[in-house]
Write a protein that binds this ligand. Structure first.
Ligand code: ATP
Length: 559
């Protein structure tokens, strides 16, 4: 936050300057009022004409200055919110895989939308108002002392009461604001979950349950917001009431001094006017201070996202695969959970083909995630060409490995964009990827071909078509390593067979396939079958060797 303010300091200074001028001008109005009334009561027609013209010029000037201040403050708010949002977003994207996935994505959405709105309403706006009203307060005090020091003292004494309210409500407001921010986050999570599960909701007839659940959450959110608003209103009402009391003191004290002949009628009117520009700033400041301090936890949350520090794998060496990936005595568990991988030893040699098989949950995908550097708290080591993964730049490593998952994410763009992903490729490269992945088989069914819009997360495509696009997306990058994590599971047997077969034909590709359904003649073409059970590699070797051995893999595969 401080950094954002620093970067906008010129704009902030300009905003403060115009805010100061407009505050002084507003307070200065009381002098014109005093002069007009004194001129009127003395019957001075000449003076009246002059003051009329000056007042008009003064009024127009105040209007212009206030508009400039208003625009500058809006530009400041725009720059600040844009910068904070950008810092949060970049911070989120700096996260390592483990940290990123440990937070619900709805929380990210909430911080980028709800929390930024809260900051605008309850931090930046009040801060600007405090600056503006502080100037107004100081100028008013100077003028009041100039007109009547006695009334000034009276006003200050009666104003002391106004400070009671924020002292009482400050902490309570802080708690309410945090509760609101948390509730907004929960609400966003809920809605995101509901919309993501739309298919399940429809097919299981859950609409009424979901509406009920939504209404419950909606009620809680509305009540939490109302509860915070209520406290703000109480705080403001108390301050306003006490402020009115102060203005009464100003009127009666000045009236008393007029009767005694110590003040003119013009001065009385000016004091009444000034008591407004004295009390109003105090009330505004007093009601804004709790708003600002109540934002402390929200600002901390935003700062935590913005200033994310990666405590995972932060090596800087550029990875390579000229020889092999060496996995030695690798063990791993998620958080405090049970051991998922138990002393894995494995060598993956450049350009060779590996098929990983094993019962569901035995740790196949976890092994791949560790190879990709997604998690860092593991036992043993993984090295690429002899360099430990702990020394490697993980972003660079990820660029070296393409992975095709069972569930493919599609951007809401056309097929070509989903394959090329922000890069340019030649027609030849694109056609090769289309052919190898089998995308060419279905794009001709539509008029738009590669321009066909896939819809939100590929909803205009079948599961198999999405997977073929994912395969084309991976192949076009020509990364030296390709991981197929059940990446053809939704494709018909023949097409899946053809794709896997074509991948096995690419000589310089290191291929790791996690599979449940590859046929024997495909498995025969892999250099090594890795069979896992309960976090261990229990058998590895060529398909024929393992089948002939008639042991664990054979039993698993025969079933
Ligand atoms: N992020 C996670 N946090 C906690 N536990 C996890 C996480 N991901 C996976 N697991 C657990 O780790 C174990 C191994 O999961 P993994 O996905 O590696 O299995 P798999 O062999 O690939 O299974 P499948 O063939 O069903 O895809 C499972 O018990 C799973 O519940």
């Amino acid at each position: 936050m401080k950094e954002c303010i620093k970067k906008n300091k010129v704009l902030l200074v300009l905003t403060i300057i115009f805010s100061t001028i407009s505050s002084i001008s507003i307070v200065g109005l009381s002098l014109f009022i005093q002069e007009t009334i004194d001129v009127a009561t003395s019957g001075n027609m000449d003076g009246f004409s002059k003051i009329l013209i000056y007042s008009m010029i003064y009024g127009i000037s105040i209007g212009v200055i206030y508009s400039i201040y208003d625009i500058l403050s809006k530009v400041f708010i725009r720059n600040m919110t844009k910068m904070i949002r950008s810092k949060v977003f970049r911070g989120i994207f700096k996260s390592n895989y483990k940290d990123f996935t440990s937070i619900n994505t709805a929380d990210y959405i909430s911080v980028l939308t709800n929390d930024i709105k809260l900051i605008e309403e309850n931090y930046i706006n009040p801060l600007l108002q405090i600056l503006q009203y502080s100037v107004m307060f100081i100028v008013t005090v100077i003028l009041l002392i100039y007109i009547s020091p006695i009334v000034t003292v009276g006003l200050f004494v009666s104003m002391l009461l106004i400070f009671i309210s924020p002292a009482i409500f400050g902490k309570m407001l802080e708690k309410k604001q945090l509760a609101l921010s948390n509730r907004l986050s929960i609400f966003t999570t809920k809605i995101k979950d509901i919309f993501s599960g739309y298919d399940v909701i429809r097919s299981y007839g859950l609409k009424s349950n979901i509406i009920e659940e939504f209404e419950e959450e909606n009620d809680i959110l509305a009540d939490t917001k109302f509860s915070a608003d209520k406290l703000f209103v109480i705080n403001e009402s108390i301050s306003q009431t006490l402020g009115m009391g102060t203005q009464f003191v100003a009127i009666f004290l000045s009236a008393y001094l007029v009767i005694n002949g110590n003040l003119t009628i013009g001065m009385l009117i000016a004091i009444v006017q000034l008591s407004g520009t004295l009390v109003q700033p105090v009330i505004m400041i007093m009601s804004n201070v709790p708003k600002i301090s109540s934002m402390k936890p929200v600002l901390e949350r935003v700062d935590n996202f913005s200033n994310y520090v990666d405590n995972g794998l932060v090596g800087e060496d550029k990875p390579s695969l000229n020889n092999d990936i060496e996995i030695s005595n690798l063990s791993f568990n998620y958080d405090e959970g049970i051991q998922i991988l138990k002393g894995i030893d494995l060598t993956i040699s450049k350009s060779k083909k590996y098929a990983v098989l094993g019962k569901s949950g035995c740790g196949k995908s976890t092994l791949i995630k560790l190879l990709l550097g997604y998690y860092f708290e593991f036992g043993g080591d993984i090295s690429y060409d002899g360099n430990s993964i702990k020394n490697l730049d993980i972003d660079e490593l990820n660029k070296m490995i393409s992975i095709i998952h069972q569930n493919v994410y599609m951007f809401d763009k056309n097929i070509e964009d989903n394959i090329c992903l922000y890069s340019k490729f030649s027609n030849e490269e694109l056609n090769d990827a289309l052919r190898l992945s089998g995308v060419d088989k279905f794009i001709n069914n539509t008029e738009e071909k590669l321009n066909y819009l896939v819809g939100e997360n590929g909803c205009n495509l079948s599961g198999g078509q999405r997977q073929r696009i994912a395969i084309a997306r991976a192949l076009i990058q020509k990364t030296p390593i390709l991981v197929l994590d059940e990446g053809t599971s939704a494709i018909d047997m023949q097409t899946a067979y053809d794709i896997e077969s074509k991948l096995l034909d690419i000589d310089d590709l290191t291929l790791i396939t996690i599979t449940h359904k590859s046929s024997g003649d495909l498995l025969e073409r892999y250099d090594e079958i890795i069979y896992m059970e309960d976090g261990y590699i229990v058998e590895k070797g060529s398909y024929n060797d393992l089948v002939n051995k008639k042991d664990k893999f054979y039993e698993f595969y025969a079933v």
